[in-house]
Design a protein around this ligand. Structure first.
Ligand code: 5GP
Length: 115
């Protein structure tokens, strides 16, 4: 058994995935179970932070990099560049992988999920 996160295993090439981009500290892949016409995940290469609150406290610059990279990817993968950014935080909010990641949801979303 190992507690290595699924994203670390993908990054290490142990599990196949469609990696669509990277920066020095981040990589991006398509979600295996898309919830929108475009559903990407932006993930720090380091598994140091479990969720976005830990990341915000420990490395706010990396959180800002995640948001900027999400915007770059949305421009590349949609016609309008519009996107929704979701951080599921905690099991009761639907988080299943405890290696912080942002969901980038895009491609003609017209219904608000909140508000
Ligand atoms: P969470 O539920 O933690 O917010 O998001 C984890 C996401 O990772 C889910 O949307 C799930 O579909 C995605 N996921 C889980 N395992 C894999 C995998 O092996 N490959 C890819 N590409 N996505 C995965």
């Amino acid at each position: 058994m190992t507690d290595t996160s699924i994203f670390t295993r993908i990054l290490n090439g142990e599990i196949p995935a469609e990696i669509i981009g990277e920066t020095d500290r981040l990589f991006a892949l398509r979600d295996i179970a898309p919830q929108a016409p475009v559903h990407l995940l932006v993930v720090p290469k380091s598994a140091e932070y479990r969720d976005v609150t830990e990341l915000a406290a420990g490395d706010p610059a990396l959180l800002a990099e995640m948001i900027a990279f999400a915007g770059t990817l949305a421009k590349e993968h949609t016609e309008d560049g519009d996107f929704r950014l979701v951080f599921n935080t905690g099991a009761n909010a639907g988080q299943t992988v405890f290696h912080v990641h942002a969901h980038v949801l895009a491609g003609g979303l017209t219904e608000k999920s909140v508000g």
